[in-house]
Structure formats: C-alpha cells, structure tokens
Design a protein around this ligand. Sequence first.
Ligand SMILES: Nc1ncnc2c1ncn2[C@@H]1O[C@H](COP(=O)(O)OP(=O)(O)OP(=O)(O)O)[C@@H](O)[C@H]1O
Length: 852
Amino acid sequence: MSGDNKKQKKSQQLHLQKRQGRRSYKEDLEISQLEQKLKDGAPPRGSIPLTAPERQDAGASTSYASARTFDELPISQYTKDGLKKAKYITLTAIQRAALPHALCGRDILGAAKTGSGKTLAFLIPLVEKLYRLKWTKLDGMGALVLTPTRELAVQIFEQLQKVGHFHDLSAGLLIGGKNVKEEALRVGAMNILVCTPGRLLQHMDETPGFDTSSLQTLVLDEADRILDMGFAATLDAIVANLPRQRQTMLFSATQTKSVRDLARLSLTDPEYLAVHAEAATPTPVKLQQAYMVVDLGQKMDVLWSFIKSHLKAKTIVFLSTCKQVRFVFEAFRKLRPGVPLRCLHGGMKQPKRMGVFYEFCNAQAMVLIATDIAARGLDFPTVDWVVQADCPEDSATYIHRVGRTARYLSSGRALLLLLPSEREAMLAALADAKVPLNQIRPNPAKQQAVTPALQALLSKDQELKEFAQKALVAYLRSVFLQPHKDVFNVAALPVEDFAASLGLASVPRLRFLRRVRGKQEVVEMGGKEALQEVVEEPQEQEDGNVDSGMDEDDEDEGKDKPTARETNGTAAAATSDGTQSKKRRLDDSVAGPVAKDFAKSGVDNEDDGDDDFLVVKKRDVFSEPVEDDPQSAEGDDIGANGKKKKKKKQKIRVGQVSGNRMVFDEEGNALDPLEQLAAEQLGSTGEGEGEGLEAADTREGMYVVSERPEDRFRLAASLMRARDREDRARLKQLRKELKLERKAKQRAAALEEKGAGIVATLGRSTVHSDNKEEEGAASDGHDSSGSGDISDGNGGKGPGGVVPRVEVAHMGMAIKSDAPVMAAGAKRPASAAAMSLAEQEALALKLLGARR
Ligand SMILES: Nc1ncnc2c1ncn2[C@@H]1O[C@H](COP(=O)(O)OP(=O)(O)OP(=O)(O)O)[C@@H](O)[C@H]1O
C-alpha cells in the first residue's frame, strides 16, 4: 500500500472513531490519569485553595490546590495549549480558589472583584468536564452558560473559543436579535451554549428536538442579576427543563448568598469562594474613585465640561434610561466635543450594538454613553474613566459600573455625580459596602456651559427637541420607580431647572409628578401612608423606560424594557383598572406648550410608551387655535369662514430681496429671515447666545451691515459658504467615523457569518488538508481533524502535532484568518459598509445642496 493510501486509511479510521464517540489511545490515557489526579488531590470541602501554601517541589504533593500556573492544574493538554496560545499563564486569585473545587465537579458560588478573571474560572472546568466525559458532537448539549446581556454572552463565547481552541466540541451563541429559525436548525447539535435567558427559553419552548436532558454543567455569570426578579420567571422555567443531577456554578462580583435563590437552583453543598471578602474595598485596588455633588440643572454642563476636558480619554458615561442616552448622544454629537462619541442601550438593533461594542473595544479615545446594559461583565480594554452621570440604583450596580475600568492589572478612575437629594443616603450605602470615595468639586476654570448651545440646537431641530422631552420624562419616571426612596425622591427634583438644562423652554405637565408632590406635602405634614399610596399607583407603570442592564426579553428588540424593580415591588403589574387610567389620562386637558408639541408632532407612536405619561388631549390642531403656544399663535391665520388658512411655506432665496416676510424666533419675536439666519449662525458656534451675538457684533458687524439688502446678501452668502465648509469638515469626520465603524462591523459580521453567528466548532483539524474525505466529513458537521491523536507527540504545534483549521461553514474556535470561511465572511460586511458610506455621502451632499 502506498504511503498516501495508508495516510488516507488512517484518517478514515480516525473519523469513524470520532463519529462513534471514541477517543484515541493517548486521549483515553490522559483522561484516566486526569481522573485519578483529580480524585487524589481534591482540596478538602470548605477550604479556600487560595490560602494553600505554595508547592516547593511539584512532585512532592498530589494536591493541585496550591497550583499557581495553568500548567500545574490537572487539565487536558488541549486546554493548556489553548490557554498558552491566548497567553494565559498564571492563575488569578479567583481562579486559584475556584478551579481546584470546580474541576472535581463541585457546585460553586464564586465571588471576586470586577476584572479579576472569573470567566476562565468557570469556562475551564466546563470544557474539561465534557472532555473527560468523552463528549462528542452526537451527545448534544452538555453545558450551558447564562448571562444577562448579549454583549457579555458574545464576550464569553470569544473566551470559550480560546479555551476550547484545540478541543473537538461545538459551541453556540444564543442571543436575541438574530434569526431564531436559523438558530433552531443548529441548536440541537451544540455541546456548549452561551445564552441570554429569554432566547434560551424561547428555544426550549419552540424548537422541536431541543434536548437538555443530558446537561452536565450550568453556569450563571452575573448570578445575582440573573437570579433577581427581572429574570425570575424565565430562570425558573429554564431550570425546570434541566436535569437536577448536574454541576452548577454561580459567579459575580456581587454574589448572592440567599438560601432561597440557591434552593431554586438545587445547589448541592456549594463551595462559597469569596476571594476578596476580607479586602478593604470591594472595588479594584487600582481604581481611584470620587464623587461630586451637582444640581440636576447643572448636570449637563458638568458632563459636557468633563468630556471637553478629557478629549484623549476612553470614557464610559452611565445614564439611567435609553431615552436619556439617545438624547445626550445625539445632542453632544451635534455639538462636536472633539472626541468620538458612541452610545449603547437596549433599544438599539443588535448589529448596531455589536458594532459599537467592538468599536469601543478598539478605540483609544472615545466616549461611550450607555445604560446599565454596559454595566456588567464587559471587558473593554483600557477604559480610563467611568462617569456615573445618574446615580446607580444601589451599591452593587455602582461596583459593576466602576468595574468597567481598572480591570485585571490596569488602573482607572471613576466619578459619581450625586444630586443634593441623593447624597446622604447613597454615600451611606456606599460606605456600608466599603467603597472608598473622595469628594471633588468641578474646576470653575474648566466649566463650560452647554445649555445655551442645547437651547439653540433644540430650537432648530424638532426631532432633537422630542428626544429631550422624552429623556426628561424617562428620567423622572425612572427616579419615581426606584425602590430606594431614601436615595431617589422624585418630588425633590428641580424639574424646571432640569428641563432648561436639556435646552427645553418648558416642562411637560406630568400628572404622576404633580400627585407625588401633592402627596409629599401630605407626608411632610405627617401622613406616611399617603406616599405609599402614590408609589403603588398603577397608572404610571406601563413603561419604565429604564434600561436595567439585561436582555430580558429577546423578542422586544427596540423597546425600552421594564426593570426587575418594575416587575418587582414598587411597580407591581398594572391592575385591572389600568386601561381606565390610561383613558382618563388621554381625556385630560392639555397642560402646556410642550405637551402640545407632542400632540402636534404625533409622537404618541407605539414604541414610545412614555408619552402615555404626558397629559395630552387629542384634538384637531388644524381646526382650533392653540391659545398658549406662542409659536402656533403667532403663525396661525384664520380665514373669513373661520377655518385656518393654509400657510405658504416661507423660503429664503439667496440673492433676492427678502421683502417683508417675517420669521419668528423661539420666543415668538418677529425676525427678518436673514437676521434669523445670522442669529442661528451665531447660535451654532456653540457659545452662549448672548456671548455669540456680542462676538458677532465686533467680529463681523452682522447687525450693522444688515441695514442694506446687498450687504445682507453678501453676508448671507458668506454664511452659506462657512456652513458649506463646516459641512465638508463634518463629512470628512463622518467618513473617518464610518471607516472605524466599518472595521467594527466587519468584526461583528464575521461573528455573524460564522455559522449564522451562533455556531463554533472547537476543532483541532489540520490547516492544509487536501484530503477530500476529511473535507466531506467536516462539511456534514462532524469532526474533520483526522489527526487529533496526540500519540505522535509533535510538540510545538499543539497536541498530536496538528495546527488548527476552521471547519467548513462553521465558525471555528480554531479560527484562522486565512481560512476560506473568514475570507468569504469578510466580504459581505465590507460591501455593506461601503454601501452605507455611499448612502451617507449622498445624504450629506444632498444636505449641502439643500442649504444652497
Ligand atoms: N490568568 C489570567 N492571566 C492573564 N489575564 C487574565 C487571566 N484571567 C483573566 N484575565 C484577563 O482579565 C480580564 C478580566 O477577566 P474577566 O472578564 O474574566 O473578569 P471578571 O472577573 O469576569 O469581571 P466582571 O466581574 O467585570 O465580569 C480579561 O481581559 C481577561 O482576559
């Protein structure tokens, strides 16, 4: 038999062996040795291996409890090689404490500071257990990792690819925002699933043949969040579908010890491993933390000033609700602070979310404005600052938010903005949690007022104005719904100042607020029950609009989701009279100009439930005059028949005399169109209005030259040119940002592309295989390695002297950049991005044209 034929036969035999679930002799031998070592050297129950003395002589003891490096652990060569490839050599504290217990199959409650390496502490035992059980692709789902958010699931999945790089296991990512039918086709063949709870339950309910009965390991990352009331029903339903006989591991920086929670998961004699329990602080040692007391009306200025004075930093800004994030992002972006801005919240579409996630990972200087969706687990490299612009709901959320910086060995800084009404109780809660905080004050020299610029922006941009209105309502509502009433007192908030700081001329009338304030007065006069009554009123509970930091319902893409808090306690489910209350609200009379703006602009669309909050009387704005809206009052013209005359649209024609046409400013004052244009131009400098006018007077003498029409035309033309220049610069900036975005999208799309974004094969196949049989085997979803046998002992290339290769049509844990599947995958996002660039350019050019 020729050498080639022999090779081919051996390869075929190996395939057959794999399909039958058998391992090579060397693997079998390794597995039995590992089992023995695990049994002999298991740490005593209840011990924390972290305190075990370091081994002087590796051969002297059978215990691996004192292992300091991954090489010293009783784990497979495949895992060791995967870890080495990813440059993981020494164990972190939580890994030293948890791995010895977890590897011998015990249930674990792991608690350690943020950024301390908890992910590997559960991924390694999970992969090892399946390896030792000789799990094959035919054995179905063997391990399940649950996480509260999609981005965290993706991140864990990427770590899993590193650990399992050389293993023959398949892994899937089940998160919302993807095609559930495509997932359903493949989900049954996955050995390890990383999921958000909502999507997993959906598959359990709807995917035929999705079998979880052979599950060996269940992991809850950010366990306290998954166990809290927001996920309660989902989690209970998932657990009901899982076998009771399994290993369960719970990890978080703020671990639960609640007996009730543990009973729900049927933990058996769990090891509680809190490695930093005795530490002076629950936050990373290299994290510097400070707080600043800021009036609500000053918050926007403080935030803007912070961003302007940290242009080279990578910063995450946390706000309470999706709508605030959207408004602050859109408004600040338009004001161009000089550092790229991005936003991340639960209302965004999944591909956009992933794009932002990767962009922020790769950026050196950038501000990410986010809700608590980014608070937990996300491992963005080199974040310099975490700014909590809105107070966190409790000390646990504080700890997770600040944990996005100072991760592993790096340092970082965190700033918390507290309102005077939040200060005392929040500081007490943080002191209880042993969080060290210094007070700092804003540097007056660096203070920059953004409010006048926001006012100018909002006066020109109706959409932004609506965003601001919604942001205001969403924030007040979120404060109202917070359970910790000693910290969050909506009645104490200076709402008018807040509205003004967002650039709004007036405050929408909010019935709930009026009632809370009314009841507050009663409370102050001694009637405590009154406030209780307010808190429990059902009418205000339809849309909390708070982004709780979890992807609770994967199908609710694009909607603001209610929080755990809303489904729990404070805002218990709406009562049977909820519908009536809603009707009552709609029947109420219009309160003020802003409410009318909402009515006119038809903002009461389905996806913005918080408009329900406004007291809007639906009426035909075309058939009756609006009394208290200066803009409408000035502009409306009633005809002889009593009907409103249709007004001719006003235009400014460059190069022609503007005649006697008038336009009106925000306050309803009449302005000549060119004067208005000049005023707008000044406003858009981003300086305070008053300052802008003054500067213009001396700089260009606009108001002097506007006496003569020709001069005014010249002025208008020069203003137009200046705007064109500005737009061109913006276009350039846009292109730059798109380039960055494209790169991020490519990464996200590559993830998507690899097996529709959900599948990975933990493979150790050869890279350059011209063996047709092998390829055929690979394409039908089975192992294609043919050389997984480690008996040939070729060191340096991983076990068995093989180099990993991507299996056809699957996203391999053994991804190689030269793999055909990647090359094909890379094409699509690139052209998609190019299209969007072209579209963006066309739009920008259209804008430029329109201006002329
Ligand atoms: N043994 C190790 N050696 C070097 N780096 C490590 C090791 N373990 C983990 N890391 C790195 O430390 C960083 C933080 O790890 P990880 O995300 O697992 O932290 P965490 O404890 O889960 O944080 P959080 O509580 O925020 O979820 C990651 O970048 C990870 O790659």
